[in-house]
Structures are given as structure tokens and as C-alpha cells.
Design a protein around this ligand. Sequence first.
Ligand SMILES: Nc1ncnc2c1ncn2[C@@H]1O[C@H](COP(=O)(O)OP(=O)(O)OP(=O)(O)O)[C@@H](O)[C@H]1O
Ligand SMILES: [Mg+2]
Length: 559
Amino acid sequence: MTSPLSNPRLLALVLWLAALVAFVAASVETSRTRLADELEVTGRTLHRLISQRVAQHDAHLTTLIALSSGAEPAPDGAVRQVMESISRFYPRIAWLALVSLGPEGAGAADGGAAEGASQPAGITAGAETEGSGAAQPAGVGAGSAGGVSVREVVAVPALGGVDLAPLAEKIAGQVRGRPSVYAAGEGRYLLAKRAPETSDLAVVLMIDATKLVEPEERPGFAHLVLSLDGKALVDLPADASLGSGVLWLKPPHFEKVIDGEGQRLLLSLDRSLPLAALVPPGRLLGFAVVAGLLAAALAFGLGQRAAVKRSLLAAREAEERLAVQERETLLAHASRVNAMGELASGIAHELTQPLTALLSRSQAALRLARAEKPDMAKISGALDVNVREAKRAGEMLKRMRDYASNKAPERARQDLNAIVAEVVALTRTDLERRGVALVLELTQPAPEAVVDTIEMEQVLHNLIRNAAEATGSGGVVTISTGRVGREAKIVVSDNGPGIAAEVLPKLFVPFFTTKADGMGLGLSLCATLVERVDGRIAAETVAGGGARFTVTLPLAREA
Ligand SMILES: Nc1ncnc2c1ncn2[C@@H]1O[C@H](COP(=O)(O)OP(=O)(O)OP(=O)(O)O)[C@@H](O)[C@H]1O
Ligand SMILES: [Mg+2]
């Protein structure tokens, strides 16, 4: 299974990436909102400042008009003084003039005040008549247009003013007391106001719009444009170092009209959204590291949990295996005890013989001992034989007891020829009773394998019993041992009818039997016991008739 859920590392990686994506998304959203808010606040502040400044211009106009054309007009010198102080205090007011408007020809003769004012400054006659009033070289401080002449009465500075001639008619046409705005090129505009009824005077201010925003107020992060009737007076780009914005987000924009007494200026601010501002690399790195550590901890935790689960599972499997083995051992024991019943009569017979011989030889020895001159040589000879016989009988009983014992299997390096000999000793009488001959072909040196002696004896006993049952009286059972490569072989063959082809595949299946009184457990038990020690068992019918069972075991490695 390779679903991310089953692999803690993959899961942690996926979660980490998801967290990074979420962080970037959240960061972009909050940064965008913050940057837009910042722009809005800056825009409002600038709007307020510029509005205040623009409002002052109207106040200046009002003051100057009151001064020059009030009930008691001040002398030109006084007006000039006020103008000079205004000019000093407000550097953005580039030029001020008190002009007299009259019918054509009225004031043109007396225009010395602005002698040398050689900067027409590209005046166009207001935005509403854009392009119609072409600039005229001034040269003199007075001029006329459309039947209206304009004459500078006082101008500060006296030089470097503006040729108002192209605007004369427009100014003359203004509603009295209401200021009007005219574009003046180079980021400047003119603000003109006519005096009340009784006077033909007007005051004109030339304002340098670039100075409406102080250098320290300029927002470096935004592109600032201050425009008059769609034409930019001020155009301050954002700092180049900020880099260009991402294309997939609409950049924040601020726009607000400054309605300062006829001076309709439009303030607009634009801010680009560079990636670094949206997702600060330092914060992204910090987050990636923290999230990475958490993900690693998670992967570790999940890995530990999986490992614990695996080991629990392994423990349970081992337990189950043990339980199965225990059951098989029990079954093997039950089967041995059952077989013992069959062997018992033969063994009892085998023991009767030496016991009878022991008895008669002991009686004879007694007689010899009681004679007048006991023949010690004969007596000790008889006793020698008795001891041997008694030992043999004792060995036979021990063999039986061992075979029927319920000891836990103990695997150790064992001589396979010796195991064959033990089984033969146990079963010999039984075979004799059945009239079955036994042939042994044991290879020398004896092959050795790591097995439990009793279990191997039980395997061979089952095979020998099956062979004897197959041949019946007059049959021959051959047991041979041998080596092939790194394996030991024990072969039990007989000259019985062999195994039918349709029976062969079912031979080792538990409870399969063709015998009336068979249990069908012998061969399945053999397979279990042999496989427990990494061996295998195979059955076949030999060419000349008869069955052959081969037990193959791994040879014990040379010590
Ligand atoms: N040497 C053999 N020759 C022919 N058939 C055999 C031989 N050994 C086993 N079989 C067949 O395999 C079957 C299964 O043998 P298995 O030893 O497992 O059970 P069983 O001998 O029938 O009963 P039991 O549980 O008493 O041993 C036998 O019933 C028999 O048909
Ligand atoms: Mg059997």
C-alpha cells in the first residue's frame, strides 16, 4: 500500500506542502488587504493636506482682492508687500499678479510693470477650451485677446511671469468672486478671481502643483498622480527598487477629487503588489522551518505508532504460530500414545522372552551356587548374560517411555542412522508379527540433521506402519539413508500395490484415508513434523510397483 495515509513520511510531506500553500494564500490575502489599507490611509492624509493647501489659495485671492479693491484700496506698494510675503511663505505660489481688465486698447500702453516677462509658460486658455488659446509670446506685461486687454498692475516676481493676454477674455468672463482654474504647463496652473462689481481688477496666482506635496510626504511605495481635467500636473512614480507587481492580483488604487474652491484636482495613488511584499521571504522561510519541524515530528510519531502496531501484530502472529505448534505437538503425542497400543503387544512379547531366559538362567546359576563345589566360572558367565539381557529389556522400556512421553520438542544435531535404528528396535516385533521383512540400507558416515529425535522417530514409524499395512504378510519394507548435495534423505519404500494416481494429491490432507479403520492423520502429521525443521516429504509409486516416501532434511552444517 502506498497511499499517503499508510506512509507517515509521505503524509507529513503532503501536510507540509498544504500548510505552505495555505500560508502563502493567507499571507497574500492579509498583505494585500494591509497594503491596500495603507494606500487608503496615505491617500486620505494626502488628500486632506492638499485640500488644506488648495483652500489657502482662495484665501490669498480673497485677501488680495479685498486689499486692492475694497472701500479704501491700498496703494500698489502695500499690495506688493503682501504679495511678496505670500510668495515667501508659500513657495508653491510661483507667481502672483494683480491685473486690470479693460476694453481693447485701454491698458496696453502702460505695461511697464512686467517688462521682460519673457515666459509665456505655454498657457492654454483653460481646460475647457483646450487647444484654442495658443500661447502668445508676452514680452510685455499686458496684452489683449478677443477685445479684452489685460494689464499687470502688480506682479511678484515682476519678472518670469505669465502672458495673460490669451486668457484676458476668459478672465473677464468669469463670474465675479468665484475663482477659475487654467492649466499652465510644467505642473503649474493658474487661479484667477475677479474683484466685485465696482472694480475691473482681478488677482491671478500661478501655483506649482509639484509643490503641493512636500518631498517628505511623498509615498515612495505608490505612484502619485495629481491631475487637472484629465491632464497630469504631477506624476511621481513609485520607487523603482520595489520591483514590479504580480499579474494575478488587481493592484490597490486610491482616487479622490480635491474640490478646493474651483480647483478641481484629482489625486490618485496606485500601488503595485510585488511578490516579496505579499509573501515576505523571511516569514515564509520561518514558517516553512516551523511547519517542517512539526511535520517531521508528526511523521516520527506516526512512524512510531506504526512500528508499535507492527510489533504487536508480529507478537500476536508469533503467539498464534506457537499455539498452532502446541496443538500439533499435542496431536503428535496423542498419535504416538495411540500407536503405542499397537506396539504394546509386540513389545510385551519381546520382553517376555528375555524375562523367561533371565529366570531360567538365574535358577541355573542358583543351582550351581548351591552345589558343594560351585563352578564360579559358569555362574559368572550366566550372570554376565543376565545383566546384558536385563539391560536390553531396560533399554526397550526406556525407548517406549520416551516415545510415549509428552516432552516439549527439543531440536538438536542428530545422527539419522541412529534414529532409524531406534525406530526399527521399537517396531521390529510388530513387523515380524505382520510377516513383513525389513531391509536397512544405511549410508556411512551417518548423515546428521537438526531435529527432535522423538518427532523423527514418529515420522518414520508412520511411514513404516503404512508400508507394512500396504504390503501385508510377505512384504518387504526397505529403509535407506543417504545424502544429496546439502540435504539428507531418508527413504521408506515397499513392494505393495503403490499409490493410485487419483489418491496421490490427497495423501497429506488431514483425515484422508482409504482404510476402513484408518484415521487419515499419519501422513499429514508427518508433513507437519518434517516441515517444522525446514524439511519436506514426497510420495511416489515406483516403476516396479510399490510406494516410495522420501523425507528430505537440511544437513546439519559441519561443526
Ligand atoms: N505405502 C503406501 N502404499 C499405498 N498407499 C499408501 C501408503 N501409505 C499411505 N497410503 C495411502 O495414504 C492414505 C493416508 O495415509 P495416512 O497414514 O495419512 O492415513 P491412514 O494410514 O489411512 O490412517 P492412520 O491415521 O491410521 O495413519 C492411506 O489411507 C493410504 O491409502
Ligand atoms: Mg497411516
